[in-house]
Design a protein around this ligand. Sequence first.
Ligand code: ZN
Length: 222
Amino acid sequence: MEMCSAIGVNLQRGMNFRLCGAESVILMSRREGAPYDDQVEEDGRTLIYEGHDCSKGRNCRDPKAIDQPEHNPSGSLSQNGLFAEAVRRFKETGELPERVRVFEKIRDGIWVYNGVFELLNSKSDYSTGRRVFKFTLRLLDTNPPIATGQPLIRVEDDRIIPSWVKLAVWKRDQGQCVKCGSNSSLHFDHIIPYSKGGSSKDPENVQILCGRHNLAKRDKIE
Ligand SMILES: [Zn+2]
């Protein structure tokens, strides 16, 4: 719900090209049994995001058995096609890379914000005997310009916190701000910032803060 209110829409789909004006949004999951194979590379800033299957129906009885579609049955570009097209424009016309907000499901009903990424590459992978889109996205180092006039959620200036850490912290902090108990606009906060040597992989260095306390802490550090 936080995620939806942050973006102002109700997300039903995993891939959402230019959902709110200039912003694209994707939902990822690295949980066991997740429908797609999304991966974060060693550096923690690069996401390999798998395209999506056709939705089950008359023309698509077994989504995992056939190529991921580039077009909808109507002929318009599918979400895979829209993201691939944005990469083409970026590479061929020098347009800026598409900016994509990434949310990650860490357990049922719990989504966390991983930041704004740039969509840099798209390729088709046939290693499983069918066409699967693989998109490469890279975490932005800085805050993007604000296109909508609304404040964006601050992007962490450090690496992605692994899912298992988020889950452990979520349980320990009981899904609420450790300062005030609020459960709105929650952020995973590095107690010692990554830039000062704090670890993303140690639950002891991560805590949950509400938006207000997160901002207050940042103001103090900066
Ligand atoms: Zn708080």
